[in-house]
Design a protein around this ligand. Structure first.
Ligand SMILES: NC(=O)c1ccc[n+]([C@@H]2O[C@H](COP(=O)([O-])OP(=O)(O)OC[C@H]3O[C@@H](n4cnc5c(N)ncnc54)[C@H](OP(=O)(O)O)[C@@H]3O)[C@@H](O)[C@H]2O)c1
Length: 474
């Protein structure tokens, strides 16, 4: 049955938090405005904070935007209709009584025994106890086999291979793999979704997509801001776990994988796993780690990482990492994948840069140093695909210059670029798992970084200092 004609409950566990306010509720509202939510929907927030329905609505209304419904009157009408569907239950994550209250509320205002999506917008330390409460209250001995229960979990999925496996095992006793949607919101970004189209729906790239023609691939994620407000969480993880193990390795998998047999979730994940398993685990020589220090930028002084009140004075947590990955297969042997992730740097952007080889024996060698071609895929900000080519500068002499073939999303398309969470929540409702991370995929990516994380910790390797707002350690 089409998903829109079946009633559905969306239960957000941890609904008093940042993710719910900033991402989930706005995404649900956008889907609602686009008539992409099921016709009969209830949205139930659950957390410990003492709120009633009205207070919950008051906290979320500020985050709703009218980008899909710019006409103010209509938008406000839609906001009110949407908010009417949002209710809140206060309770404890490990309490069957609290979850029984939650179930009662669904029975009263929602759709008992119908499709139910449980979104775990909570820290991983309470995933398992919350999932247990869900199991004992909702799914154990459930009469309704015809309807689905799905659980969405957010990164971090563990701290290393071992803790990730433990988390997978504990949750798999409660929810099957097919019911589990592990989100890496980068996979929902428009340009990342386009990677497969770019590679496999165009003739011109795939024949060149190998070590015969590609010199190196750089994947960078940088942020201007430091860890303010998140340092307590961040210090337990560091940038390798927070960004490299998930967002960047997912991009590596999509850029490097072989062509899937078809466009199904299973085929795509199979190829991503195959690629990730071919990546050599990182060694100490492959990585540089850094930590930002205080600096003064445009007259404003910025605190260093160690000055943050939530960070221990002797923390060796890395806020910057630059790693060189090597991939042990026929396609990529000898092509370095340079990964960079860092906070408190000079710019905020995510970019993939494919650097092609130079032409040996070029007939234009006497015209000076000719650059190689590069394909730049900018994920954020200002989504774009740029192909840098060598071009003749118009004029009477033969001067060669680098020029760009540009596809800038903002000027090329009128459509609004959806937020990643809109795409991902929609896919969970439709049951499409292709943009979610399968357990074996998670395992393969942890295996690449766990040995180096262990060494950094065991050998207490101090990150190199770099000034806040600089381009990272030298
Ligand atoms: N925020 C983002 O943009 C973002 C991005 C990517 C991934 N994530 C992941 O998404 C999940 C939720 O993120 P978030 O930013 O919304 O988290 P959060 O604000 O720290 O936590 C969400 C809610 O969980 C409850 N909670 C927090 N710490 C708890 C603890 N130690 N024990 C019991 N309950 C606790 C709190 O609700 P009550 O006190 O009311 O119970 C809080 O409002 C996390 O796993 C996070 O890593 C978030």
């Amino acid at each position: 049955m089409p998903y829109r004609s079946t009633p559905c409950n969306i239960v957000i566990i941890g609904a008093s938090g940042d993710l719910t306010r900033r991402k989930l509720i706005p995404a649900l509202f956008s889907l609602y405005c686009n008539e992409l939510l099921p016709d009969q929907i209830s949205i139930i927030g659950f957390a410990r904070t003492d709120l009633d329905d009205q207070k919950f609505r008051d906290t979320i209304i500020r985050f709703l935007t009218c980008r899909y419904e710019p006409e103010q009157n209509k938008c406000h009408e839609k906001m009110n209709d949407f908010l009417d569907k949002c209710v809140y239950v206060s309770g404890n994550y490990n309490s069957i009584d609290s979850f029984t209250e939650l179930k009662k509320r669904i029975n009263d205002i929602g759709f008992p025994d119908e499709n139910t999506l449980f979104y775990m917008a909570i820290p991983p330390s309470i995933f398992v106890e919350s999932a247990n409460s869900i199991y004992h209250t909702f799914t154990k001995g459930s009469q309704s086999q015809a309807r689905w229960s799905r659980i969405v979990i957010e990164k971090p999925f563990g701290r290393d291979s071992e803790s990730s496996k433990k988390l997978i095992d504990s949750l798999s006793e409660i929810f099957d793999e097919e019911q589990t949607y592990r989100i890496d919101h980068y996979l929902g970004k428009e340009v990342i979704q386009n990677l497969m189209i770019l590679r496999f729906a165009n003739l011109i790239f795939e024949p060149l997509w190998n070590n015969q023609f590609i010199d190196s691939i750089s994947i960078s994620w940088t942020e201007k801001i430091g860890c303010e407000g998140r340092a307590g969480y961040f210090d337990n993880f560091g940038i390798v776990r927070d960004v490299m193990q998930n967002h960047l390795l997912q991009i590596v998998a999509l850029v490097g994988m072989e062509r899937p047999d078809n466009f199904s979730a299973e085929s795509i994940c199979d190829k991503k796993v195959e690629l990730l398993r071919a990546v050599n685990p990182l060694e100490l020589d492959d990585i540089t780690v850094g930590q930002y220090t205080k600096s003064s930028l445009n007259g404003k002084s910025e605190l260093g990482y160690l000055e943050d009140p939530d960070v221990p004075n002797d923390s060796i947590t890395e806020t910057y990492a630059r790693a060189t990955l090597s991939i042990n297969n026929d396609r990529w042997q000898g092509v370095p994948f340079y990964l960079t992730a860092g906070k408190a740097l000079s710019s905020s952007m995510t970019e993939i840069r494919i650097e092609f080889k130079t032409i040996s024996n070029s007939i234009f060698n006497s015209y000076g140093d000719i650059k190689s071609n590069s394909l730049v895929i900018r994920v954020q900000p200002n989504e774009a695909i740029e192909l840098n080519i060598i071009n003749k500068l118009p004029g009477l002499d033969h001067q060669l210059e680098e020029a760009k073939l540009n596809l800038h999303y903002a000027s090329a398309f009128q459509q609004i670029v959806p937020d990643a969470y809109e795409r991902l929540i929609l896919d969970v409702l439709r049951g499409d798992r292709s943009l979610f991370i399968r357990a074996d995929e998670l395992d393969a990516s942890w295996n690449i970084v766990t040995p180096i994380l262990n060494r950094l910790e065991q050998e207490k390797i101090k990150p190199k200092p770099y000034a806040f707002g600089s381009s990272g350690p030298i």
